[in-house]
Design a protein around this ligand. Structure first.
Ligand code: IMP
Ligand code: MG
Length: 173
C-alpha cells in the first residue's frame, strides 16, 4: 500500500494560527494559572508549539484516550493514561489535535468535571463539525475543515506520518 496526499494546511499557516491561539488564550486567562491537559499522542506537537506562545503561569500534563483504530471510529472511549497533576481547583485547558465525532473530548470533559476543576475549556487545532456525534463546541479552534481524513503535524494514520510539518489529506493508492 502506498499513500499520497495533498497539502491541506501548510506548516507556516499552522505556525501563524498557533501563535494567534496562544495570544488569545494568554489574554483570556490573564492573571490565572493554566493547566494544559494534552490528549496523547497526536496533540503533543500542537501543544508544544502552543505553549511557547502562552504568556501565563502555565503547566503541562497529559491524558491518554482512544476511540479510534485506523480511520474508523469504534465509538467507545477508553483511558490509557490519567493526569499526574491534581485537577481540583485548577483552570484546565484540554488540548486536542482534532475534533471528529467528539466522543474522545466528551469523555475527557466528563471525567474532568468529576475532579472539581475551577474551569474547563477545550482547544482543538482542527475541527470537523460535519462529523460530530456528541454535542460539543470547542472554546478555541485553529482551523475548521471539511470531512477529510488528515495526517501530519501530530496526526497519524495507524501511527504513521505524525512527523510531517504540514497537514495533508490522506489518499490510499
Ligand atoms: P473523536 O473522538 O471522533 O472526536 O476523534 C478524536 C480522535 O480521533 C483524534 O484525537 C484523532 O486521534 C482521531 N482522528 C479523528 N479524525 C482524524 C483524522 O482526520 N486524522 C487523524 N486522526 C483523526
Ligand atoms: Mg490517532
Amino acid at each position: 500500500m502506498r499513500l499520497a496526499g495533498e497539502t491541506l494546511i501548510p506548516g507556516d499557516a499552522i505556525q501563524q494560527r498557533v501563535a494567534e491561539l496562544g495570544a488569545e488564550i494568554s489574554r483570556d486567562y490573564e492573571g490565572r494559572a493554566l493547566l494544559l491537559l494534552v490528549v496523547l499522542k497526536g496533540s503533543v506537537f500542537f501543544a508544544a508549539d502552543l505553549m511557547r506562545h502562552i504568556d501565563l503561569d502555565v503547566f503541562l500534563d497529559f491524558i491518554g484516550a482512544k476511540s479510534y483504530v485506523g480511520a474508523d471510529s469504534q465509538g467507545t472511549v477508553y483511558f490509557t493514561k490519567l493526569p499526574d497533576e491534581h485537577i481540583s481547583g485548577r483552570h484546565v485547558l484540554v488540548v486536542e489535535d482534532i475534533l471528529d465525532s467528539g466522543r474522545t473530548s466528551a469523555a475527557i470533559l466528563a471525567w474532568l468535571e468529576d475532579q472539581s476543576p475551577a474551569s474547563v475549556a477545550l482547544c482543538a487545532l482542527l475541527d470537523k463539525p460535519s462529523r460530530r456525534v456528541e454535542e460539543l463546541t470547542p472554546n478555541y479552534v485553529g482551523f475548521t475543515i471539511d470531512d477529510h481524513f488528515v495526517v501530519g503535524y501530530g496526526l497519524d494514520y495507524n501511527q504513521r506520518y505524525r512527523q510531517l510539518p504540514s497537514i495533508y489529506t490522506l489518499k490510499e493508492i
